[in-house]
Design a protein around this ligand. Sequence first.
Ligand SMILES: [Fe+2]
Ligand SMILES: [Fe+2]
Length: 172
Amino acid sequence: MIGKKMEDALNEQVNAELYSAYLYLSMESYFKSKNMNGFASWMRVQTQEEMSHTMKIYDFIDERGGRIVLKAIEGPPTQWDSPLAVFEAVYEHEQKVTGLIDDLVDLAIAERDHATNSFLQWFVSEQVEEEASADAAIQQLKMVESAPGGMFMLDRELGQRVFTPPAGEGEQ
Ligand SMILES: [Fe+2]
Ligand SMILES: [Fe+2]
């Protein structure tokens, strides 16, 4: 059975993951409005990943005998100055989420909740990838900034990304 403090903190993280999904969905709609369909599709995959993070934590709370409590999701921004500004916002957001995951790990250790600590290690590794993929997109965008047709090529390339559900998902 999960402790109350840990249960509350994981419920907060469910909300944070839903907000992440909401943010990336808003970024998808921004790219759609600019007819940048590859970037939009990249954001769709990002949203699907955040939904899978949400469900991973949701299922874990339930599995540990906790109670899932859903709260209001904050409205995301709807407008950015440029594709680069969007990805800089992604990077900034993912760094914030990494901090939240680190706080959860600290709490799990303080509460001597080894099961939750072990569960959270997947998210620790996932955040390394999340930050790296946002940073990679920023570097690519900076490279094509002055190259004619570069944005078109990058749009096509980012559009290749597909959603792969994390291992173990949908089992049980
Ligand atoms: Fe996430
Ligand atoms: Fe993320």
